[in-house]
Design a protein around this ligand. Sequence first.
Ligand SMILES: [Zn+2]
Length: 69
Amino acid sequence: MSTEDEKEKQKAIAAGEGAGWSVARVTSKGYMVMHCGCGDHQETLKKTPSNPDHFRQKARKMVRDCPTG
Ligand SMILES: [Zn+2]
């Protein structure tokens, strides 16, 4: 994973946390499973996404789908 990917991942996590999401667990493959504040939504952040916008898209989706924070 590049430093740039790592930075984008941290930003996505921070954006999610700002909207009430939290990191529920990390899978054996290094994926981060995020749970929302209400408990009905879940997103998985890949470890090494092939899509360079993966983390930005996930950040937007978390805030859009469940902005309880
Ligand atoms: Zn929710």
